[in-house]
Design a protein around this ligand. Structure first.
Ligand SMILES: [Zn+2]
Length: 109
C-alpha cells in the first residue's frame, strides 16, 4: 500500500490531489487548513475545524471530547509546536484510549 500523505496541520489523509490545499517545504496541507491567502490558517481556526469535524461526522462524540481529541492531535504535530499562540491548545487533552477510540470510529465510518 502506498504511503498516504497527511496534512501537516491536522493529519487529514490526502488521498487525492484535490485534498491538498498547498504544498510547503515542511509538507502538504489539506484544503481545510489553507486559507484564502494560501497559508495555513490560525491555530484557533484549525482547532475549531477539527472539533466540528469530529462532532459532525462521528456519533457519540461530545464537543468536550472532540476538543480534547483535537488538542491531542494538534499537539502531536511538529507544525504546531511553539506556534500555538491563541491558547486553544492549552487545556486538557484526550487520553490515549479516548484518542484511539475516536480514531477507530473514524476508520470504521
Ligand atoms: Zn489539514
Amino acid at each position: 500500500m502506498a504511503v498516504v500523505k497527511r496534512c501537516v496541520s491536522c493529519t487529514m489523509p490526502l488521498f487525492r490531489e484535490d485534498d491538498i490545499g498547498a504544498e510547503f517545504d515542511f509538507g502538504p496541507a489539506c484544503v481545510h487548513c489553507v486559507g484564502p491567502d494560501g497559508k495555513i490558517r490560525d491555530c484557533g481556526d484549525v482547532f475549531l475545524g477539527g472539533v466540528d469535524f469530529f462532532v459532525n461526522n462521528l456519533e457519540g462524540v461530545s464537543r468536550e471530547l472532540a476538543e480534547r481529541v483535537t488538542r491531542r492531535n494538534m499537539r502531536s504535530l511538529p507544525y504546531w509546536r511553539g506556534r500555538e499562540g491563541c491558547g486553544c491548545l492549552d487545556g486538557d487533552e484526550a487520553t490515549e484510549e479516548e484518542f484511539d477510540s475516536v480514531l477507530s470510529k473514524l476508520m470504521n465510518r
